[in-house]
Design a protein around this ligand. Structure first.
Ligand SMILES: NC(=O)N[C@@H](CC(=O)O)C(=O)O
Ligand SMILES: [Zn+2]
Ligand SMILES: [Zn+2]
Length: 345
């Protein structure tokens, strides 16, 4: 038996939803992770510190007894987020970042930013006060091929923005391409990235494995094998610019297995185990603790967690479905198959 003990990891990109969905998914994360950066793309989105405070209370109320979990809140940047809100963010202590969704890019992004130049004064306040901008980095122009939208975003939006605000702290979320890995690698220390387990484990063939596979559909969509390898390379490089963000994004089975299925994979139930499998596959388990437990806190200016978890190498079955909301269920990644590692109780 092989096992590995790590400083308790954090999830730097997570969707917890709200209400009954929140209650259904939160225990999976709280069991593994000490903290998580909670995405603000609710309906309606979390746009102010006051809304984030209320959402935070609902999250804390859903933490199962006996588990410690700290939600790190984010605000959803809109065309009209005022610079004064950034001062309130800084003063709050519990809102850690703002999230940029290009309008229409992904799930619940209609209220997102239509042009970053419209919010330059707000972004300048963030650069000034050291509040990170978290970016869903895809252009929304439907004329751009869906597999190219991240690479085009780097040239059209990310680079010009960093030229205007070179000190802005940026996390390029859920990167999926060689271009994004190279861009972050070459950028200043103020630019980092999260990487999901699914983008480390799968390439775009997984979307069509024996038929169309809606549970492998997320945004940004899975890419070619060369991109998966580039992500794997930076994830195990030991560079503190790359850290763990599951992007676990629950959607009920009925909305995934549909004529127009929702984007997002549910991975929180194996939130750290899937990464252990990916790092083990390239003989880099010794790099997992930095990626999962140290580099995220370093970027956000927080201490690492004080406690540890242990993972055991053992093929572990994944349920076909998990309870979700009412009669709707969640189909987790690898449903009905196994994951190579398990969390020791
Ligand atoms: N990743 C996804 O495919 N979906 C996310 C949104 C996002 O992170 O883009 C969701 O909220 O469902
Ligand atoms: Zn996103
Ligand atoms: Zn996400």
């Amino acid at each position: 038996m092989t096992q590995i003990t790590l400083i308790r990891p954090d999830d730097w990109h997570l969707h917890l939803r709200d209400g009954d969905a929140l209650k259904a998914v939160l225990p999976d994360t709280a069991r593994r992770f000490g903290r998580a950066i909670v995405m603000p793309n609710l309906k309606p989105p979390v746009r102010t510190v006051a809304e984030a405070a209320a959402y935070r209370e609902r999250i804390l109320a859903a933490v199962p007894a006996g588990m410690a979990f700290e939600p790190l809140m984010t605000l959803y940047l809109t065309d009209v987020t005022p610079p004064e809100e950034i001062e309130r963010v800084k003063a709050s202590g519990f809102v850690k970042a703002l999230k940029l969704y290009p309008a229409g890019a992904t799930t619940n992004s209609d209220a997102g930013v239509t042009d970053v130049n419209k919010v330059l004064p707000t972004l300048a306040a963030m650069a000034e006060l050291g509040v990170p901008l978290l970016v869903h980095g895809e252009v929304t122009d439907t004329a751009v091929d869906v597999f190219d939208r991240e690479a085009v975003f780097i040239d059209q939006v990310m680079k010009p923005l960093l030229e205007k605000l070179p000190r802005l702290k940026v996390v390029f979320e859920h990167i999926t391409t060689k271009q994004a890995a190279n861009f972050v690698w070459s950028a200043g220390d103020n630019v980092a990235a999260t990487i999901t387990a699914h983008h480390l484990l799968m390439n775009r063939n997984a979307l069509f494995q024996g038929g169309i596979r809606p549970h492998h559909y997320c945004l940004p969509v899975l890419k070619r094998e060369i991109h998966r390898q580039a992500l794997m390379d930076v994830a195990v490089s030991g560079s503190p610019k790359f850290f763990l963000g599951t992007d676990s994004a629950p959607h009920g089975k009925s909305t995934k297995e549909a004529a127009c299925g929702c984007a997002g994979m549910y991975t929180a139930n194996n939130g750290i185990e899937l990464y252990a499998e990916a790092f083990d596959a390239v003989g880099a388990l010794d790099k997992l603790e930095g990626f999962a437990s140290r580099f995220g806190p370093m970027f956000y200016g927080l201490p690492a967690n004080p406690d540890h978890i242990t993972l055991v190498k053992e093929p572990t079955p994944v349920p076909l479905e998990l309870p979700y909301v009412g009669s709707d269920t969640l189909v987790p990644l690898r449903a009905g198959e196994t994951v190579g590692w398990r969390l020791q109780a």
